[in-house]
Design a protein around this ligand. Structure first.
Ligand SMILES: *Cc1c(COP(=O)(O)O)cnc(C)c1O
Length: 385
């Protein structure tokens, strides 16, 4: 189907931070497949784990325990500082699980009618009918209706007006949960302000509304802490993850805290492929590699290097530079898509997030030399604008 407007390149293979097209030309990958290939391409230990697991068993149905899946689940729960996890296959599916937890938690405790989930304007939560409804952008709310009911959107931002609007929207009689991206991804690479997250956490705690974070893009160390929400010093009730979690193999996760760990019981939820053995084996490598203080510190250092360098250029074409760790947004004058195409021609892969924002999500294993190479190419392109 013609669901993707593809750029004019066909890739054959990858190695570290590089991709090679079918003619053998190499491209520096600052996309990580949209925050998926966090350890780059063909990362040795990941390749080895996938090979070994494929030689043992790829799948066991959810009637049974499988050791590799249990190990992965335990490591993930520990890394996130949560209590329990449900394993799914994608971000949208993880978010569906989070919505189910919020609805059932509230129903059990407060009865019917308290099922609203508040999300943020400009957010992105996925492409299923429910996660499109959760996504706070009008552009996504057409063509496929009727959408799932029960979503309300509020403006994000740390100003008084936004926090007052949030206070009002979080009605203790009707709202089950608040679902937020600590750093907006698709919606422009915008880190939430400390004031907003702190206020949100306080309102939720006071009203027994679940504080839920969509960490599908910004989690897994991308911003320098294993969970981005922990960078704000708040305690989440539910966290969803996916994208980088399998290092390129599809896997999603809904993590539950103290309050929510036992909400879903037998028969409430399920997934044929969820907790798949191959995904679990790869996920273990990702967690063991990423969830170490020294590794996370490197993500911050590399991200700061990119941010500081771009700021130091003081280019007229660049109107704003922001980000956390290796999740970086650069606002430019003119069309971001044009810059993305120009960069591709010169062998640098970048993303956009809106019409005038460039988005960089380099793999965590990128070297300083590769960062410098990418920056040089980028400067050349932006200087000419
Ligand atoms: C990518 C993304 C999703 C959707 O994930 P899929 O795996 O494509 O379903 C949801 N939320 C956020 C924040 C994302 O970045």
């Amino acid at each position: 189907m013609k669901t993707y407007n593809r750029l004019p390149v066909t890739f054959a293979r990858g190695e570290g931070a590089w991709l090679f097209d079918t003619a053998g030309k190499r491209y520096l990958d600052w996309t990580s497949g949209i925050a998926v290939n966090c350890l780059g391409h063909a990362y040795g230990p990941l390749v080895e784990a996938a090979r070994q697991q494929a030689g043992r068993a790829l799948h066991v149905c959810n009637y049974y325990d499988a050791e590799v899946t249990t190990v992965f689940a335990e490591k993930l729960v520990a890394a996130a500082g949560m209590k329990a996890v449900f394993l799914a296959n994608s971000g949208a599916e993880a978010n569906e699980g989070a919505c189910k937890i919020a609805r059932k938690y509230s129903l059990q405790k407060y009865g019917e009618g308290r099922h609203t989930i508040v999300t943020l304007k400009g957010s992105f939560h996925g492409r299923t009918i429910t996660t499109l409804a959760a996504t706070g952008q009008d552009a996504f709310h057409k063509d496929f209706g009727p959408f799932t009911e029960g979503f309300v959107y509020v403006e994000d931002g740390g100003g008084r007006a936004e926090i007052e609007a949030l206070d009002k929207a979080l009605d203790r009689r009707t709202v089950a949960g608040l679902f937020i991206e600590a750093v907006r991804g698709e919606g422009g690479v915008i880190p939430q302000s400390e004031a907003f997250i702190k206020a949100a956490a306080a309102f939720c705690a006071e009203r027994d509304i679940l504080l839920m974070f969509d960490e599908i893009q910004c989690g897994l160390g991308r911003t320098g802490t294993f969970l981005a929400c922990r960078g704000y010093g708040v305690e989440p009730d539910v966290v969803t993850m996916a994208k980088g979690l399998g290092g390129g193999v599809p896997v999603g996760a809904v993590l539950a805290g103290e309050k929510t760990a036992d909400v879903l019981g037998p028969g409430d939820h399920g997934s044929t492929f969820g907790g798949n053995l191959l995904a679990a084996a790869c996920g273990i490598v990702v967690l063991d590699t990423v969830n170490r203080p020294a590794f996370l510190a490197e993500i911050v250092r590399k991200g700061d290097k990119i941010l500081d360098t771009i700021r130091s250029w003081k280019l007229p074409a660049v109107t704003a530079v922001r980000g956390k760790g290796l999740m970086i947004g650069v606002d430019i004058t003119g069309d971001a898509h044009d810059v993305m195409v120009g960069a591709l021609q010169q062998g640098l892969l970048i993303l956009t997030a809106g019409k005038q924002t460039l988005r960089f999500l380099p793999p965590y294993i990128i070297s300083d030399k590769e960062i410098d190479e990418g920056l040089t190419l980028l400067k050349g392109i932006l200087e000419k604008r």
